[in-house]
Design a protein around this ligand. Sequence first.
Ligand code: SAM
Length: 361
Amino acid sequence: MAWYNGVHRRQERLKEGALSVTESTIEETKKQMRMQAQGAMALNVAFIGVVNGLFETVCRLGSPMADEIAQNLTLDRGYVMRWADAAFAFGFLDREGERFRLTEKGDLMRPSHPQTLMPVAVGSVLSTHMADRAAELMHTGERPGEKVLGERKNILPWFGAMLEANFSGLFEREICPSLSVFKEIDRKGGTVVDLGCGNGWYLRSLARRCSGIRGIGLDGFEENIRRATQLAREQGLSDRLEFRVGDIKTFAHGGPVDMIAMNRALHHVWDEKETVFRILRDHLAKNGAVVIWEPAWPENPVDLREPRKRPLAVQNLGEHVQGNHLLRPEEIAEAFREAGMTPEIHLFSEGAEAVVVGRIA
Ligand SMILES: C[S@@+](CC[C@H](N)C(=O)[O-])C[C@H]1O[C@@H](n2cnc3c(N)ncnc32)[C@H](O)[C@@H]1O
């Protein structure tokens, strides 16, 4: 009760104007933090709706009752009713009596919406998972590696779709049109290899844009290759795209390759960067290019305060758990130079994303 009384007294005095500037700033900060906590709650509610198909089902059924949603998805009625209340509270659903309908915000949470906000919800719960793991592992210094991603069976299947939804728009709208390397590959055609291809979205996007290319995607995770192969088939691209399970550190291909891409994969194999850059250089055709896309860890840590770069610091904590760390674009450029290649750094998303293009010097 003492705590309650303390807060209550403070609120009364604040109303009377009896608190100092510092005290009223503290009140304001508390209010802001509570609102931020509500933002996290909203994303938790959205996450449940995404991974259990609730948003898509409400959309399909129009204005169902919670019972109908539960029946349709063979989920427990009690849980669905509580979820619907929470989704209503946070503005994802509107309600009329017992019936629910998607709001505009709820509609944007549908994974099949072209502008879906699904990655924000999945990313938020992934951050929470990583924060919990980091808090525990900080006691021992253990870094269990990438298997940590698989510890949440609801998150893993959404990982590829989350990356695709987060980055394919940036690639298609800004990166592709502004870098000459993509115009060259479109003009010349040839073989493009994507190392650490995930669900294969990058090769699919490139193959749609450049009709003269053939693509080979490599990933160490079998499930990614299965999914990449399936999506290429569904999109009518399987005659030009092939996906294989394999390790980037031992990649070998019979002939020269016109373009080698690595998206958010280099920091996973940075511990063997000399081997990886030798493989990249040795496989590259004479006028080819290696195109490496990574989150751009800033040179100056003060930049981490910039809203667009703040998430990098949280990602890097999660990368630490996985045994990795984010890279400064200049470190990548230096690795190209050491391998006898000439790098060019291009920054996007207010400097939070780097594409480093390397060519044989
Ligand atoms: C952050 S994901 C990026 C996936 C994809 N490039 C994208 O942009 O959506 C990193 C990928 O690299 C793969 N990977 C990590 N280390 C690898 C290795 N040694 N060999 C092959 N794939 C690897 C992971 O399985 C994962 O799919």
